[in-house]
Ligand binder design. Structure first.
Ligand code: AMP
Length: 337
């Protein structure tokens, strides 16, 4: 793709607006692949140059064929795996920003745990078959989206009773960590070999975030089951004294990824989902190896990106900046798969 002018493309969903706005700000042409019902919505935004309509995202492979050899780079986001599946993502032939090897490590809870442990990060205790549940736990099905389909239990008996009504085959039982959920958005640049903390958010989950609004005496009279369905995100700033540790965690994760996934490891945007306890310990509950929806709060930059850049720098724009620098240095092969 050398020195030709490049087009940045993505699927019309999740953080497409942020990605394409960032690409336009960095001087790229932009293209959106969207389902017909969303075209008129996306056409409201002047920074999208071209549109490709599809009936459904399952038509992506056929559409992709027509877009090949046109200097198009595809930026994956949170909806890619939900629409195309892990295997569908691996089969993408257009130049793809990121390392596809992370898909397996991220998508399999056991492998993800191995990665987090290799990085020396704190993780909630995991309960295996035969372990006695001696503390509050959260039971998560595999591939759950946005916190749907989880349940909590406070001891072995409670767990066994609730399990009878749980229809999922594959799940993990994890210690329920009592603390505040904090989502850290990073970018790791293969070109500069540095970690950047670009923004932080907190999710708003229903109904768990509203339970505290009712006194316990009221709660006792109604049958409430906590649920963790995400309905929104709000920005968050962190105690500055916690920031060195936050950077260290991300660095350790990248180092571990190079050992587990091969030389290139994890690069580009990723998010550490953590719970912070009163003794200020970070427990990592999950890692997302791509741009996460919480970054949409910061299309105009965040307090943290402002410390690193003298211009508004969203995660979407940071991706485009990386592509721009790589192209200039003739190093696109380092960041595309
Ligand atoms: P996840 O699908 O892992 O992102 O979890 C969805 C939500 O469930 C999180 O945002 C948390 O509010 C909650 N959650 C998940 N795991 C834990 C845990 N181990 N301890 C406490 N809360 C959790």
């Amino acid at each position: 793709m050398g020195k030709q002018s490049l087009t940045i493309a993505t699927l019309g969903s999740h953080s497409a607006l942020q990605i394409l706005k960032g690409a336009k700000d960095e001087g790229f042409k932009t293209l959106l692949i969207a389902t017909s019902d969303r075209l008129s919505f996306y056409k409201r935004f002047p920074f999208i140059d071209k549109f490709v309509a599809v009936k459904s995202f399952s038509d992506f492979p056929a559409v992709e064929e027509k877009l090949r050899n046109k200097n198009i780079i595809l930026i994956p986001h949170g909806s890619f795996v939900s629409y195309l599946g892990v295997e569908g993502n691996k089969k993408i032939k257009l130049p793809y920003f990121g390392n596809k090897k992370v898909l397996d490590w991220e998508g399999n809870r056991k492998m993800q745990l191995q990665w987090l442990k290799k990085a020396g990060l704190n993780v909630p205790r995991k309960f295996g078959r035969g372990d006695t549940i001696d503390r509050p736990v959260i039971v998560k099905s595999y591939g759950a989206e946005g916190g749907k389909g989880y349940f909590t239990a406070h001891d072995q008996k409670d767990f066994e009773e609730k399990l009878k009504f749980f229809l999922k085959k594959d799940f993990i039982v994890q210690e329920y960590v009592i603390g505040v959920p904090i989502y850290l958005h990073f970018f790791y640049s293969t070109l500069t070999k540095s970690i950047e903390l670009l923004s932080i958010d907190k999710r708003y989950e229903t109904n768990v975030d509203s339970l505290g609004r009712m006194p316990l005496t009221q709660q006792e009279n109604i049958d409430i089951t906590p649920s963790f369905v995400v309905v929104g995100n709000s920005p968050l700033s962190l105690r500055e004294s916690l920031m060195p540790e936050v950077y260290q965690m991300a660095e350790n994760l990248v180092i571990a990824s190079k050992k587990l996934l091969g030389k290139r490891g994890l690069f580009g945007p990723f998010c550490l989902e953590t719970i912070v306890t009163p003794d200020q310990k970070f427990y990592v509950i999950e890692i997302s190896c791509r741009i996460v929806a919480g970054t949409n709060l910061f299309i105009d930059g965040s307090p943290y990106s402002c410390l690193l850049y003298n211009e508004p720098m969203s995660t979407g724009r940071r991706i485009a900046r990386e592509i721009k620098i790589a192209q200039k240095r003739n190093k696109l092969n380092l960041i595309l798969d």
